[in-house]
Structures are given as C-alpha cells and as structure tokens.
Design a protein around this ligand. Structure first.
Ligand code: ZN
Ligand code: FE
Length: 253
C-alpha cells in the first residue's frame, strides 16, 4: 500500500519543488524559496526533516538556509558540490544510499547542465527527480558539461522502467513542445500541445511525465533514432553528434 505523498510546490516563476511525506515526516527536493515550502509544511502539520538538492543553482537551493534555520533538518547533496550547496550536511554519491523512512533514494550522476547534477531515483515510489537534467519534452542547457556527458545522463534516465514518473525542476513543457513541433510536426505532438494548453489554462502542472511518454515525444531522448538523425544531417552521424545538433537547435530556437 502507498504510504507516501509527493506534493508539487510551485516556486518562483516556473520552478517546482517537491515535498515528499511519509506519515508526518517530510523532505523537500530543491526548495527554490522557503515561503511556499513553509506554508505547505505548516498547513499539513508535517515535520520537515531533510532537504535534497539536485544541483547548486539558486533556483534550486534558494530556500536551503532559511528552512534550515527554521526547522531541525539536514541538507543532502552531491559530495562534489559541497562547496556550492548552501548548508550541506550529508554528502551523497552514487554508491551511498540515502534512506528516508524505508524509501531508498538512489543517486544517479546526471552531469551536463552542471558538472555535478544528480538525479534521485526512488524505486519504491516509481519516481525519479531530475532537477534540470531532464524536463518534459526537453533537457537542461549545458552550462558546465559537454553534449556527450548530457547524452550519457539522458541514457541513464531513459533506461529506468517505462512506468517511472519523472518530476523535473521546471514547468518548461509548452516551450519544449513548440520546439518539438518545429522539428517534427506530427499528430502526437499536436495532441500533446492541446493537453498542455488545457492543463496550464487551469493552472495544473504538466508534471509528472513518465519515461514511456518521454521516449515517445522527447526529441532529446531520440538522438539515437535514425529518423531524427536524418532531420539534422544528410550524412551518417552518431548519437552524440545528433544530440549535440538537437541541443544547439534548441539553444538557438
Ligand atoms: Zn539549474
Ligand atoms: Fe533551474
């Protein structure tokens, strides 16, 4: 039986933080700011025990210190990001397990957006929290990593079970869908755009998406597809080259 709740907390302009509760105990992934988190915690009478950070960007750690000040909590992030994540207490890596009330948060290194971006895969929740590595219909910009690194990161996420829910750091889905339609105009993307419009006009997040859905529609997931490759190059190119071209096309879109 499901003993947990994953709550989407909109923050700043288009960020999502996630409060995960098991009974009264809670953790928050990427608190962009403290206020909306505090409101949620107080309203639902929860006890905030941990902050988990996917990477060091301000719109993901902005609430760290204020929340730490207010609650008796610990902050966990990539050990390689210990100089960049405010208030970090717990140093994570791919081999160490982070367990929260019997739910195991597996750390997956997903560099590309930053050099030390991590994702959290929680098998018992059928969920992965990707920060700015993977978005619905998109992926993060390459601020500190190479296209090769990012493609490898995407392949790791892609290899998770199809029914895994993806919770990402931003509501960028519509913008990504418009880009997708410009590249590959088909019925599936039109349908998706209609769906997104309906959700967003009712102020409902398009998140979570799933691995299965992204495999079908996320063009960045398809850099290994001959059909997609042929849209970018007449010559034979490898997956990494294709990915690089897709990323570049999106950067210039
Ligand atoms: Zn970021
Ligand atoms: Fe971000």
């Amino acid at each position: 039986m499901k003993d947990f709740n994953i709550n989407i907390i909109p923050c700043l302009n288009d960020n999502y933080s996630y409060v995960i509760s098991v009974g009264r105990d809670a953790l928050v992934i990427d608190p962009s700011e403290s206020k909306p988190i505090i409101n949620f915690i107080e309203k639902n009478n929860l006890e905030l025990k941990f902050i988990l950070n996917t990477h060091h960007h301000f719109d993901h750690v902005g609430g760290n210190l204020e929340l730490k000040d207010k609650y008796n909590l610990l902050i966990a992030g990539n050990e390689n990001d210990k100089k960049r994540i405010p208030g970090i207490d717990i140093f994570l890596n791919e081999t160490e397990k982070f367990v929260f009330n019997s739910h195991e948060f597996q750390v997956i290194n997903t560099p590309g957006h930053t050099s030390d971006c991590i994702s959290f895969y929680v098998k018992s929740m059928k969920s992965v929290f990707t920060g700015d590595a993977v978005f619905s219909l998109g992926c993060g910009r390459l601020f500190e990593g190479s296209p090769n690194e990012m493609w490898k990161s995407i392949c790791k996420i892609k290899s998770l079970p199809d029914d895994t829910n993806i919770f990402c750091g931003h509501e960028y889905t519509m913008n990504n869908a418009i880009f997708t339609k410009a590249i590959i105009d088909n019925e599936a993307i039109d349908l998706k755009i209609r769906e997104i419009k309906k959700l967003r006009s009712n102020n409902i997040p398009t998140i979570p998406t799933t691995i299965a859905a992204e495999k079908k529609l996320n063009i960045f997931f398809q850099a290994d597809s001959d059909e997609i490759k042929s849209l970018f190059s007449k010559e034979l190119i490898n997956d990494e080259e294709a990915f690089k071209m897709i990323r570049l096309a999106k950067d210039n879109f």
